[in-house]
Design a protein around this ligand. Structure first.
Ligand SMILES: *Cc1c(COP(=O)(O)O)cnc(C)c1O
Length: 300
């Protein structure tokens, strides 16, 4: 049914340049798995698609912004699953479509732009009824937020043997991925989420809502957003270039650039107790860098 022949394995990269800070840190390279359904999106989407297929749904509907990794990953996943997809995108249709939207269309996604008001209210436009009946539609929340997403993300902890790590660090958008990591972690492991949104204080509750009640042992850090969602500064871009030179690992400016910046700051400032062993989750998202002006990144 599904054609995922293009998939590669993830792997662990160690970070010898951090040994001088007495820290053992590895990066789980989920970004290597697929160029579009990259990183955490494969894990977050797979349970939704399983359910949609079980229910014999034929059209996947979801919401996203013009640069949304979630939107384009959903489009690619739908095509690989031989399902149709509809993307409801925030804002007026621009004269020049973003690379992300163009690629989603190439994967067969039908794109409908919603006014900011309609987007906020998460309406499904009545015009969609001309193409699909309600019985055919399967809705995935904006950003893939939800129980099935968290359930799928638990499998990230099984990609490699994660039992020896004391701390696991990951970027947080909706928090669905973090919820999966928290549920899969052993009691002694500490999960740390780096929020990439400004004033994202509701995310703690949103994560807790996805967790079985006994598991609430995690920390969210809110000071690494660089101005807000998809915002960046010259400092972030130059960090991403230096990080690539130092480690050979590319990052994206929306999520993983901020994640690696935070991880390094924490390490340098002795946030982690001695003998800690860190696992940093590279959640992918490199496609998003196409919305940067060319020439900013040395690894694109
Ligand atoms: C979507 C995304 C995230 C955020 O995942 P959530 O489950 O929404 O917190 C993190 N990193 C990358 C690269 C992403 O594309």
């Amino acid at each position: 049914m599904m054609d995922f022949s293009g998939f590669e394995n993830s792997r662990l990269d160690s970070l010898p340049s951090l040994y001088k800070f007495h820290t053992n840190a590895d990066v789980l390279r989920l970004d290597l798995m697929h160029p579009v359904i990259s990183g955490n999106k494969w894990f977050k989407l797979k349970e939704y698609f399983k359910e949609a297929i079980n229910l014999r749904k034929t059209n996947i509907i979801t919401y996203g912004g013009a640069y949304s990794n979630h939107l384009v990953a959903t489009a690619a996943f739908a095509q690989a699953s031989r399902l149709k997809s509809t993307g409801l995108v925030r804002g007026e249709r621009p004269a020049q479509l973003s690379p992300t939207i163009l690629q989603a269309e190439q994967f067969g996604m039908k794109i409908i732009f919603l006014s900011r008001e309609d987007y906020k209210r998460k309406i499904v436009p009545p015009s969609l009824a001309e193409h699909y009946t309600n019985d055919e539609n399967y809705l995935i929340n904006e950003g893939g937020y939800g129980m099935a997403g968290a359930q799928g993300a638990k499998a990230i902890m099984e990609e490699v043997d994660t039992s020896a790590y004391t701390h696991i660090v990951a970027a947080v958008g909706t928090g669905t991925t973090l919820a999966g990591l928290i549920s899969a972690a052993a009691n002694k492991q500490h999960i740390i989420g780096i929020s990439v949104l400004k004033n994202n204080l509701s995310v703690e509750k949103e994560i807790k809502d996805l967790l079985p009640n006994e598991k609430i042992n995690f920390t969210l850090l809110y000071d690494f957003h660089f101005g807000g969602y998809a915002k960046y500064t010259p400092e972030l871009i130059s960090f991403m270039n230096d990080w690539y030179t130092e480690t050979g690992i590319p990052s994206d400016f929306v999520y993983t650039g901020k994640l690696f910046y935070a991880a390094k700051e924490l390490i340098v400032n002795n946030f982690f107790p001695k003998q800690s062993k860190l696992l940093i989750i590279h959640s992918g998202g490199l496609q998003g860098n196409r919305s940067l002006p060319p020439g900013k990144l040395i690894f694109q």
